[in-house]
Design a protein around this ligand. Sequence first.
Ligand SMILES: Cc1cc2nc3c(=O)[nH]c(=O)nc-3n(C[C@H](O)[C@H](O)[C@H](O)COP(=O)(O)OP(=O)(O)OC[C@H]3O[C@@H](n4cnc5c(N)ncnc54)[C@H](O)[C@@H]3O)c2cc1C
Length: 392
Amino acid sequence: MGKRFDPGAQVGVVIVGAGPAGLVLGNLLLDRGVDCVILERRGREAVEGRARAGFLAAHSVRVLTENGLGAGVQARGRAHGTCLFRGDRGEFTLDYGRLGRGEEHTVYPQQELVRDLVAEYLRRGGELRFEAEAEEISGGRVRVRGGEEVTGRYVAGCDGPRGVARRALAARGTRTARWDHGVSWLAVLVAAPPSLAAVGYALHERGFAGHMARTESVTRYYLQCPRRTDPSAWSEERIWAELATRMRTAEFGPLHEGAVLERAVVDLRSDVLDTPGAGRLWLAGDAAGLISPSAAKGANLAVLQAELLARALDGALARGDERDLARYAADCLPRVWRAHEFSHWMSGLLHGPAEDDGAEARYGRALQYARLESLRTSRSHQDFFAENYTGI
Ligand SMILES: Cc1cc2nc3c(=O)[nH]c(=O)nc-3n(C[C@H](O)[C@H](O)[C@H](O)COP(=O)(O)OP(=O)(O)OC[C@H]3O[C@@H](n4cnc5c(N)ncnc54)[C@H](O)[C@@H]3O)c2cc1C
């Protein structure tokens, strides 16, 4: 796929993983004249069809646009600046696009972004190998399943939280800070237009329910569910009945129902490596840190880190100065942690204690509503929320 490179030669950067992090990085490196090859474990159809994120922060849109990667987002993305909170005391909306720094999200499904990035990377002459699973990384060498080795001056691990890049870095003593939020979401995609003009967050004693627009005919919903839930145990009828209960449709109006296209269970976990790289191996995106989806930050952090890492690798290759890479770690971590702090707060806001009427459950639920009430009534809290919700 794309340019073939000489198997014996060393490229500038071998990128492992063709998700948002690897593809943005590859495009930015090619643009700077750095030769690279992307190795991707899965086939092109699977990579381009995987529906996950949908909310791009203004910073991500800026990075894409300024680097010639924003044509699809500009043409088909839709500005979005409102969210709604619903509970047993009523509902309220926040026009977060007019609060804080006045930034909105752009709704653009991740699989469309990935498709744009693959097409542009190939158009720029990059090499992208699908069904090429990296099995081991050692120095600048990446061994691919089947035995071939690809060598780079640097390796960029963009292969997610369970990839080989993390394993290779851990072997060098890198430590991980980790948090288990203790809840899971049943994430469903349905063939129906959005039911609300806003992102919907519904708090309910049966658990959280969420609503997020994707396209005019596809909507994502979330239902908090117990750990180890089998998604196939949730029939369409059960999904719609539970969404109706938690989103209080009897009080606030019905949802647009449609066929369930996909259902998966996501465990809400977060972690951050204490350094995103060392020596010849540098990580970006979920590989460097996994963030729970409660504040829709993961893809946006992936774009941010790809942008910073492209600059650092370019500097290191052009000037032989690895201080650029040390700066990558220093630049990334405070921003990553700020996103984690907000995401963690958001998780506390959305998830009350499980159905239980013990003293701790009552305390937890009262705190949850106190947080919500503060957000409903305090303008400074709303500005802080908006700045963190859209910021990266
Ligand atoms: C249900 C859900 C909803 C989400 N919603 C949002 C949202 O609205 N906004 C947001 O910002 N984020 C959201 N996220 C998070 C976002 O999808 C991820 O953070 C993002 O995909 C991370 O990009 P990445 O490139 O780091 O990793 P990935 O997208 O996971 O890409 C990694 C790639 O590496 C490949 N790979 C793995 N191992 C190997 C190997 N050994 N060799 C070769 N290739 C390999 C994988 O096949 C994959 O293609 C959501 C996530 C989920 C699950």
